[in-house]
Design a protein around this ligand. Structure first.
Ligand SMILES: [Ca+2]
Ligand SMILES: [Ca+2]
Ligand SMILES: [Ca+2]
Length: 980
């Protein structure tokens, strides 16, 4: 019996696409899609293209379908969606999806194994997927979720704007503008004002062992230099920031970054261009530490692919286009499986290339190739020049395509020999389907030629060979619509008529008789549907802490924890699965302990099936822990009804609150079972409140005598704790009224996991009011009590005190009654998330009005208001907003905005601007000079939109003050958003 035979990839048999669409099967989605409500065309039969691919339903819900007369381009197109999918990973609740570069972690990867080097490629590629959640999460992660966006050079703002051009969602990209600006400005630590250029170390441009690096005594990293790459990225980012600023109505910002871009462009053209060699070069920076043999300002003695990167951003003036003669030059970059990363004529070309990873001395890197092909499509679309042609474009794209094979099947690893096509940096369990480049974006925006734009014009300019008689790209998500582009030279292929034809949401939009650039007016952007956010509470990317997976039996080479690592690999290699292979049992279970009670209404089992010893189960049952008993969850609706391997199996049910779930499997005949990922989904409330006026039904006591009486939750003098069910908060503001009514102490628990009966039988923090000593104490429990800090507080027996905790990562602030000055502050990172609870230690106590929120919101109408009017609106948060901020002395002052840590925050402002033009407010933080916040017009007065601003807040309480600026705007609510 074979243990884990390789899965067949795309079946290379001749499955011709039928023009008739088969009825789409109902199958479980891999994700929670917010897919357009619109329907598209149905010219292609998706099943004809998905032979051999696992989980075909995911492709049907997410990708544009593509048919071309060139079978290799078509096959690599579908393969590359598969390759991307292998790196799409649900990391942890709150963050959601991220995109990895390698299938397993490498030593230099950052949070959730991410690496920023190819993040620009990831975003360009994934912007054509229909489900907006993947990139919503991933882009937010880089700017707010703790991603190391500047570990490597990363054209962040450019890629975010490029995604906006496809999805048409201005609100999303505008919301991240403050962070994009700060990310851009943070590169000032790589900026040399004396010559107006950015410098970078080649390795941090994603390129080890370059021909410049070999000429230093640090060939791995290379010597610092002013590089066409980072300068072009910063140019692209400045242009993108300017364009996003235009969307917000901030003309000052728009103009400032247009100026920044122009300056970078001018300096790059002046200093990195060699007029005699007609190319952009790496220029040496003063580098004494490395004993650099070249003085500052020397241009490198060889061409590198980075010299083409400025065209990725449409940066160079037309006069510089002659650089492109090097691309097709046999002594330049031309290669069958190229282009090369350094020119062939250079004496260091391919130096050490076969000696091991990772050489950029000429080796063909998909990372570089996809940059060059993107740049080339820009050149062909936006410049008039005689140096490269459409035929050259196809030749290079075709070379890139045939590069992406191994043993006759589509494949991508790190890099390949440019002349033999052999993958030379390719390790098992490491670089499979290596996600470090784009390809489908090249097909869609270059070969088929959908040129994304901000306006309501659909532009397509195919770069396909004139010999092609047909192609079809179906249901491309674009501005919230589904666009189809087909070419049928004689009208016989698709029976829709001759020529180049465009469809919007299934309806004919326009056509041209021949292959040519076509621009058509189209409908305005439709908002993308984003259903209520669900989180996968089983995910644990790091295998430390909770959630914890366990099983009744686990095969020796497999691991239950890998079934909750966020990675879905149906293949044998890499291994990200649990199996019970060789189990003596007819039935085994796989369980997840969330560490705290969660509300779950959906389980997805990604069942591993190697076609040999491990197959889909005969049946399975999802169970929840109820007290100490496992019970089958009521109302399970399974899709599909019969378990299938190599696919998600979705089980929905009325929500259950439980700390542990498990799935009990019945083995199939003659085989065992496996799971590559077990997901447990449920809504993730960002707030929890309880006034205890009706009952305390949402609380689970662990010891003690608890009762909801008189609108409060009371515990008897023997003490004990109670945990709020299904709460899990990382960063939050928590407050409650606490009355201690006998000797001892009582207070709040937070970041609690693993609660059991017993004074200190849990993990987490406790803050308590001690009436006897008149103090507040902070401590942590890990089975035993450890006091961290105490402070005097006027705590009195039988007096009701307001106790408040503000937690942000490792910073904890505790307030008692006085909400302006914390009684104590402590730094500790032992526990970073968990449930909320109440606790008393040998004291009778009462609790009331408990509130916890991970969102810091302030309603404008609840502020301190001067010379304005509060107005009602059903559309406004809290039912009211503030209008008529019309006078020189009009002001909305929001006080008591408490954050745990000093630093940069984003303020998201919900406003209305019915003037039809741009308006503004002054925004002052803690009495400092105001900054201007600009408001683009909204649909009218009391019709709200959002804009974001970056502010610096101090630890503790802060005050924001809005005052009248240019024209007029109304304010509804503001939210303070932290950056991890
Ligand atoms: Ca897994
Ligand atoms: Ca109450
Ligand atoms: Ca409001």
């Amino acid at each position: 019996m074979s243990r884990h035979p390789l899965q067949p990839l795309a079946v290379l048999g001749l499955l011709m696409a039928s023009p008739v669409l088969a009825a789409e099967e109902e199958s479980a989605p891999r994700s929670t899609p917010g897919i357009q409500a619109v329907t598209g065309t149905q010219f292609l039969n998706p099943d004809a293209f998905l032979g051999g691919y696992q989980d075909p339903a995911w492709y049907k819900k997410n990708i544009p379908f593509f048919e071309a007369p060139d079978r290799q381009i078509q096959d690599v197109y579908y393969y590359r969606w598969y390759a991307l999918l292998q790196h799409l990973r649900y990391a942890t609740p709150g963050v959601g999806y991220i995109i990895n570069e390698f299938v397993n972690a490498v030593w230099y990867s950052q949070k959730f194994d991410t690496i920023s080097a190819a993040a620009g490629h990831h975003i360009y590629e994934a912007r054509w997927l229909r489900d907006p959640r993947y990139l919503d999460d991933y882009q937010t992660f880089w700017m707010r979720g703790g991603g190391s966006a500047r570990q490597y050079s990363f054209w962040a703002a450019d890629s975010y704007y490029a995604r906006y051009l496809v999805n048409g969602d201005a609100a999303f990209v505008k919301d991240l503008l403050p962070e994009l600006i700060e990310n851009f400005e943070a590169w000032s630590d790589h900026y040399e004002p004396a010559n107006g250029l950015y410098w970078q170390v080649p390795v941090w441009d994603a390129s080890e062992f370059t021909i410049s690096s070999y000429q230093t005594n640090d060939p791995y990293h290379g010597g610092t230099g002013y590089r066409p790459s980072l300068n072009a990225y910063q140019y692209g980012d400045a242009m993108a920031i300017s364009r996003i600023a235009r969307l917000t109505g901030d003309a000052v910002l728009e103009s400032r970054y247009l100026g920044r871009a122009a300056a970078i462009k001018a300096t790059t053209q002046q200093k990195l261009w060699d007029p005699s060699r007609k190319f952009f070069f790496h220029m040496m920076r003063n580098n004494q530490a490395q004993n650099y043999p070249y003085p500052e300002g020397t241009l490198l003695d060889g061409r590198e692919h980075f010299g083409f990167v400025p065209w990725y951003f449409n940066m160079p003036d037309p006069a510089y286009s002659e650089a492109w003669t090097a691309l097709m030059d046999p002594q330049g970059f031309a290669a069958t499986y190229g282009p090369t990363t350094a020119e062939r004529r250079h004496r260091l070309f391919m130096k050490d290339a076969m000696a091991g990873c990772c050489r950029w001395s000429g080796v063909s890197w998909p990372f570089a190739t996809s940059q060059v092909i993107t740049a080339m499509a820009n050149l062909l679309n936006n410049y008039s020049q005689p140096y490269v042609t459409r035929d050259d474009y196809f030749k290079v794209l075709k070379g890139y395509t045939v590069s992406q094979y191994k043993n006759g099947r589509p494949y991508v690893a790190e890099a390949l020999h440019p002349d033999t096509g052999q993958w030379i940096y390719d390790g098992v369990g490491h670089s499979e389907h290596y996600n470090h480049s784009s390809y489908n974006d090249l097909v869609i925006s270059g070969l088929v030629g959908i040129r994304p734009r901000a306006d309501n014009t659909f532009e397509v300019n195919p770069l396909v060979p004139s010999t092609w008689a047909y192609f079809l790209l179906e249901n491309v998500p674009y501005h919230g619509h589904l666009m189809t582009v087909l070419y049928d030279r004689d009208g016989t292929r698709y029976g829709q008529g001759k020529g180049l034809r465009v469809y919007q949401d299934g309806a004919f939009l326009g056509s041209a008789a021949t292959l040519q650039r076509l621009t058509l007016p189209m409908a305005a952007p439709l908002p993308q549907e984003r259903p209520a956010r669900l989180e996968n509470f089983a995910a644990n990317a790091y295998a430390t802490g909770y959630p914890v997976a366990s099983a009744s039996y686990t095969a020796s080479i497999d691991d239950a924890q890998r079934a909750i690592d966020g990675r879905i690999y149906y293949d044998d290699i890499p291994n990200s699965r649990w199996t019970n292979y060789q189990s003596p049992n007819a039935s085994d279970w796989l369980a997840v302990d969330f560490g705290t009670v969660r509300s779950v209404n959906q389980v997805r089992l990604h069942i591993y099936d190697d076609g040999g010893g491990v197959k889909a189960p005969a049946s399975y049952d999802v169970q929840a822990l109820n007290g100490s008993a496992w019970v089958s969850i009521a109302g399970q609706s399974k899709s599909p009804a019969t378990p299938v391997g190599d696919a998600p199996n979705q089980v929905t049910f009325p929500a259950v609150s439980t700390r542990k779930i498990r799935v009990v499997f019945q083995n199939p005949s003659g085989a065992k079972v496996g799971v590559t990922e077990l997901e447990a989904w449920g809504p993730a409330p960002s707030t929890f409140t309880d006034t205890f006026d009706a009952n305390a039904a949402r609380w689970t006591p662990y010891g003690g005598s608890w009762s909801a009486t008189g609108g409060q939750y009371a515990v008897a003098a023997s003490g004990g704790k109670a945990i709020a069910q299904s709460t899990r908060f990382s960063d939050f503001t928590l407050s409650a009224r606490v009355t201690v009514t006998s000797a001892g102490d009582a207070g709040l628990l937070f970041r609690v996991t693993n609660p059991e009966t017993g004074n200190d039988a849990h993990n987490g923090y406790y803050v308590g009011l001690v009436s006897g000593t008149g103090e507040v104490v902070l401590g942590k429990m890990n089975g035993a009590w450890q006091q961290l800090k105490s402070a005097p507080a006027a705590v009195q027996l039988n007096k009701t005190h307001l106790l408040k905790v503000v937690a942000q990562q490792g910073t904890l602030h505790v307030y008692v009654d006085d909400l302006n000055t914390p009684k104590l502050t402590f730094e500790d990172t032992t526990f970073l998330d968990g449930a909320i609870g109440l606790r008393s230690y040998q004291a009778a106590a009462r609790f009331d009005d408990l509130q916890v929120s991970s969102r810091l919101l302030a309603e404008a109408e609840s502020g301190t208001l001067t010379h304005i009017l509060v107005k009602p609106s059903a559309d406004a948060s809290g039912g009211q907003f503030v209008g008529e901020i019309d006078h020189a002395d009009s002001a909305v002052e929001l006080r008591g905005l408490t954050v745990a840590k000093a630093g940069r925050y984003t303020v998201r402002i919900t406003y209305a601007n019915g003037t039809g033009g741009t308006s503004s407010h002054g925004l002052s933080v803690n009495g400092a000079a105001p900054q201007q916040v600009f408001y683009a017009p909204t649909a009218g007065w009391a019709r709200f939109g959002t804009v974001s601003a970056g502010v610096t807040l101090r630890a503790g309480t802060n005050t924001l003050r809005f005052t009248k600026g240019e024209q007029f705007a109304e304010l509804d609510v503001i939210e303070i958003i932290p950056r991890l």
